[in-house]
Design a protein around this ligand. Structure first.
Ligand code: NAP
Ligand code: GCO
Length: 266
């Protein structure tokens, strides 16, 4: 039996949201490498232009669309354009997301709502837009990009943790509601990954020393390092492919072991 065939995405159409850079870009590159046709969206034209050049440099043919995942009309238009350009969407990666690091008592309800809107309502809107077509075609893969904060809290990330915890349960609920239509909905829970989103946590101090949080995360990670977006490429291909057809409602943590580790005795 040709086992590698199970991981092939030849002939599949994948939408990766928020894939102008960072984790989404790496996942889109991985799915393309397994044979998928790639569509991605983001909000800013300048990010889109830079992303298209970066994809081309990697030899990836990606189609980019400007769409905000929190806007139902824009998402409906996005799905219609992709279907016209590439065909029905077989794989949705709900990657677009933001974080606001603000102590809860200083966080406004507006700040809280914006994070939840993008990180949780956005994936709901995008999944709702693609599931009918997946049901019609008799198959579909949805991958929600969760987080360590789907399981753990920490100071200043109340909205983000609430949203990512909710995204874990939305993943399980899509599995429950549409597993019977041969739709597999799983999550990837990245650990701490070196992307623009975490750059503030890694920036050098004025005396040239490493950021305290940088040192903290490395000490909490058995792998002894920050993750790279590339560490998520294989897990994404697995969950997007036939190799995972009996995996559903699962959050695959790609965290270098953080969740398993109580931490080194000081
Ligand atoms: P990032 O570098 O900040 O990239 C976020 C991407 O999402 C950008 O392309 C951004 O482009 C897009 N985006 C943001 N809001 C959007 C919206 N409303 N509609 C459409 N696109 C939107 O973040 P990242 O580190 O790659 O993280 C990607 C995902 O992984 C997020 O869901 C994040 O929560 C999650 N995650 C990250 C880490 C980590 O350590 N980095 C760990 C666990 C989970 P525009 O601004 O141009 O729209
Ligand atoms: C933070 C970080 C984390 C990562 C990621 C960890 O401020 O704690 O941004 O939240 O982004 O979600 O899995």
């Amino acid at each position: 039996m040709d086992m590698m065939k199970q991981f092939s995405l030849e002939g599949k159409v994948a939408l990766v949201t928020g894939a102008a850079y960072g984790i989404g870009f790496a996942i889109a590159e991985a799915l393309a490498g397994a044979g998928a046709k790639i569509a991605f969206n983001c909000r800013s034209q300048s990010n889109m232009d830079k992303a298209l050049a970066a994809y081309a440099e990697k030899g990836v043919t990606a189609r980019g669309y400007i769409a905000d995942v929190t806007d139902e009309a824009q998402v409906a238009d996005l799905v219609a354009k992709i279907e016209a350009d590439l065909g029905g969407i077989d794989i949705l990666v709900n990657n677009a997301g933001i974080i606001k690091r603000i102590p809860m008592l200083e966080m406004t309800a507006e700040d809280f709502r914006q994070v939840v809107d993008i990180d949780l309502t956005g994936p709901f809107i995008c999944a709702k837009a693609v599931i009918p077509g997946m049901i019609e075609r008799g198959h579909g893969k949805i991958i929600n990009i969760c987080s360590m904060m789907s399981e753990l809290g920490r100071e200043t990330v109340s909205a983000y943790a609430a949203a990512k915890g909710g995204l874990k349960m939305l993943t399980r609920n899509i599995c429950s509601e549409y597993g019977g239509a041969n739709i597999q909905c799983n999550g990837i829970g990245p650990g701490y990954i070196a992307t623009p989103q975490t750059a503030p946590l890694r920036e050098r101090q004025s005396d040239g020393s490493r950021h305290p949080f940088d040192q903290f995360i490395v000490s909490k990670t058995p792998a002894g390092r920050w993750g790279e977006a590339a560490d998520l490429m294989g897990p994404a291909v697995f969950l997007a492919s036939d190799a995972s057809n009996f995996v559903n409602g699962h959050i695959l943590y790609v965290d270098g072991g953080i969740l398993a580790y109580i931490g080194k005795q000081p």
